[in-house]
Design a protein around this ligand. Structure first.
Ligand code: NAD
Ligand code: 89V
Length: 366
């Protein structure tokens, strides 16, 4: 349904596709978002589908997304499947004229992502990527402090995620892909760097695999030059054993012309200027359905889904729209290219390499 047709239809009827590991967080959060009503579920795996239907009291269940989109009158669809199915499902939703949310990673390739953004654009349906880390309350607090000029003009930053948490027990597919930490987790950390410092023009990266039991890389160090003049380091590791395991915390350091900001362990936000040092507590608010250690992520799921309903209500483009996410995906691609070829990558190089060409990229992304 197009943006203008959606306005005034509240509560918005939605359906969720993919009832796996992470979808439970979406479903819990939808219960807490006023203005949203999940009326149907879909999963190709019947056992998962019926278990989710039973747990969340949803009776209209489908094993085929096309059948669901044909039979239900939906305002939006929330796609929480893994990346391999995203392209086909987003295009199916666009062809059905249904506003679409798609989990990260949005697409396997930039070309797929352009096609998905273009399909929703041509169908005039809103599209948001569930790129939720930037929506964590502590990350939002950092963004708000920088916006308010708390440390003057930022000139350097570090966004860091280091852990040895066993993600593979909940998400076994993460051990099997050629790509791991940058595609799965680094994508959030790169998106946070964009959120805080703006778009980047150049990427230099290196990566390695420490854990011999997985296929892809589990350590990456990335340097970004941002259009704003900020230089930032994005680093992530699933091979870092710390005395105090911090999963899923992202630590942030920013140096500015008038002071420094540090998002430290356990969500302690320190702002230091000539006027003194202030410590703010940015712990995520407790939710009735939170489960340790996922509280910050679960809070961000609620925040991004509330944002989606605000956007449907007002006709605004989501902050993490499909178009916006093209820039985050370009950073992921640039990171792999830089690490593979041992050189810095100018983001314009990727735009030119797209089969849509430079002009095609700009048309879709801007
Ligand atoms: P999962 O494998 O546990 O669940 C995916 C489900 O989708 C499965 O039940 C599968 O049967 C179903 N499915 C796949 N293709 C389908 C199709 N075409 N039609 C209907 N059903 C289909 O995966 P998961 O761990 O829940 O991850 C799902 C997505 O969520 C991934 O993209 C992952 O990266 C993302 N994720 C995000 C976060 C976060 O914090 N943002 C955390 C975990 C996972
Ligand atoms: O965001 C994700 O997709 C997750 C996790 C936060 C565990 O890395 O895989």
């Amino acid at each position: 349904m197009s943006e203008s047709t959606l306005r005034g239809r509240e509560p918005f009827d939605g359906a969720l596709i993919g009832c796996g590991f992470f979808a439970r967080n979406h479903l819990h959060a939808w219960r807490d978002v006023s203005g949203a009503n999940i009326v149907a579920l879909c999963d190709a795996d019947e056992a998962r589908l019926t278990a989710a239907g039973r747990e969340f009291g949803i009776e209209r269940l489908y094993t085929d997304a096309a059948a669901m989109l044909r039979e239900e009158r939906l305002d939006f669809v929330d796609i929480a499947t893994t990346v391999a199915s995203h392209h086909a499902l987003v295009e199916l939703a666009a062809a059905s004229g249904v506003a679409t949310i798609c989990q990260k990673p949005f697409a396997r390739t930039l070309d797929d992502a352009y096609a998905m953004v273009a399909a929703c654009g041509e169908a005039n349906v809103p599209l948001m990527v569930h790129e939720n880390f930037r929506w964590q309350s502590a990350i939002q607090a950092v963004g708000a402090a920088l916006q308010a000029g708390a440390i003057g003009r930022p000139f350097w930053g570090r966004v860091s995620f280091r852990s040895a948490f066993d993600v593979f027990s909940g998400q076994p597919y993460l051990a099997e892909g050629e790509r791991f930490i940058v595609e799965d987790l680094g994508i959030h950390v790169l998106d946070i760097a964009r959120f805080l410092f703006g778009d980047a023009t150049r990427v230099t990266a290196s990566m390695s695999r420490v854990n011999p039991a997985i296929k892809g890389e589990d350590v990456a160090t990335i340097m970004l030059c941002h259009e704003s003049g900020v230089n930032s380091i994005v680093d992530c590791s699933y091979a870092t054993r710390l005395p105090h395991e911090l999963f899923p915390q992202t630590l942030i350091e920013v140096d500015g012309s008038a002071g420094t900001l540090r998002l430290m362990a356990d969500y302690q936000l320190q702002i230091h200027t000539a006027a003194g040092t202030e410590l703010r507590d940015a712990t995520p608010p407790a939710l009735s359905w939170s489960s340790a250690p996922w509280e910050a992520i679960q809070g961000s799921v609620l925040n991004i889904q509330s944002h989606w309903i605000d956007c449907l209500r007002s006709g605004r483009e989501p902050a993490t729209s499909g178009r916006d996410n093209l820039r985050t995906l370009a950073l992921v691609e640039a990171t792999y290219l830089s690490a593979r070829e041992g050189r810095g990558v100018d983001l314009r190089e990727l735009e030119r390499a797209s089969s849509r060409g430079d002009a095609g990229f700009r048309q879709v992304a801007r």
